[in-house]
Ligand binder design. Structure first.
Ligand SMILES: [Zn+2]
Ligand SMILES: [Zn+2]
Length: 347
């Protein structure tokens, strides 16, 4: 529980007193499907205080912005936040990605650096290797712009309302969108931390119809608990398991299994580490191929020993200096990794 003297170091505009004497921070109202980090950041901006100050009042001694807050809070930290702001704990839980991803049945441990189906931020202190995905048209139409949980689900590569691909970088300087990064400039959910370009005026590419259809199907399967694969109706975890396997395949022809187990491509970046553009392309290819698969092919995918389960670790690519030219796929993977380390978009 935050003590009154600590809370009183925050600007007066963000505090009030409960009858029992606890100091309560007034946070902004949570928007529909808003992420935890977006809510806290907006609240800090509205209160005209540093995000670090706000979280320091809620969780003294914890550097909250150095971790991926959107994953979820421990029970103790949730309780501290609930006591500090008075918002119902269940309402706060509904902001967490853990709450959204739980139906997929995958292990969601904070010890895992990458969660299945959660677009990875790749955090190092308050800097991210991966950008925060956003729809520029949604941000432009928001009265109070905020970031949606859906944008961080790795199968969501576009906005179905506006028919555009999600962006995760600045269209002017290509720096990845990092609204939570420490910067001498005022924090903002809508502008580039590097060049101050207003993301709301960005023009995103159109969303591929196949990818849009696949994304909508995935959203439906997540809600309904089951999904169709060919003529089979399977549970949500199995449906997403097949999808995860398929998006890791390099070429669409590899999905034309005809009774033979498909073979995944060699090691590379996990789907959750790929850029939105790459995920967009893969999802579109998979959608068009899944539509052509027979029930036998689907059964093979569901039962095949090559079917990797969510969260399964893959081996790192190896390169032997004297083995000749570097494979093009390996070069692309290394280039993608380098750009991530440089906080630049991989298009
Ligand atoms: Zn939109
Ligand atoms: Zn920029």
């Amino acid at each position: 529980m935050p003590s009154a003297p600590e809370a009183c170091t925050a600007p007066r505009s963000c505090e009030a007193r409960l009858p029992e004497g606890d100091c309560v921070i007034r946070l902004a109202p949570i928007q529909v499907d808003e992420t935890l980090s977006s809510w806290l950041l907006r609240s800090a901006v509205a209160a005209r205080c540093e995000p670090l100050t706000l979280t320091g009042v809620i969780w003294p001694g914890w550097r909250a912005w150095t971790v991926d807050l959107d994953r979820g809070l421990s029970d103790a930290r949730l309780d501290a936040l609930h006591r500090a702001c008075g918002v119902d704990a269940e309402r706060i839980r509904a902001c967490e990605m853990r709450d959204l991803l739980r139906p997929l049945g995958a292990s969601l441990s904070h010890a895992e650096p990458v969660w299945p189906w959660l677009a990875a931020r790749g955090m190092r202190n308050r800097r991210n290797a991966g950008g925060q995905p956003f729809c520029p048209e949604c941000l432009a139409s928001d009265v109070r712009p905020y970031l949606r949980r859906a944008w961080r689900a790795a199968w969501n590569v576009g906005c179905l309302n506006h028919g555009c691909e999600l962006l995760e970088h600045c269209c002017k300087c290509l720096a990845v969108h990092q609204p939570f990064r420490d910067t001498p400039r005022p924090v903002s959910l809508t502008s580039c931390w590097n060049c101050q370009f207003d993301h709301r005026s960005a023009i995103a590419s159109r969303l591929d119809p196949w990818a849009a259809e696949m994304q909508a199907r995935a959203d439906t399967v997540l809600k309904c608990g089951t999904g169709a694969l060919g003529s089979l109706e399977v549970a949500t975890p199995a449906w997403f398991g097949v999808l995860q396997h398929c998006v890791r395949l390099k070429q669409p022809k590899e999905l034309m299994v005809n009774g033979n187990p498909p073979v995944p491509i060699g090691p590379g970046l996990r789907f959750e580490l790929l850029s939105v553009r790459e995920r967009h392309l893969r999802l579109g290819r998979v959608a068009s191929q899944l539509a052509q698969m027979t029930s036998q092919d689907v059964s093979c995918l569901l039962a095949g020993p090559q079917h990797p389960r969510s969260g399964e670790k893959r081996r790192s690519p190896t390169f032997r200096p004297n083995s000749g030219a570097r494979p093009a796929g390996l070069v692309r993977q290394e280039w993608a990794r380098l750009l991530r380390r440089m906080h630049r978009a991989y298009l």
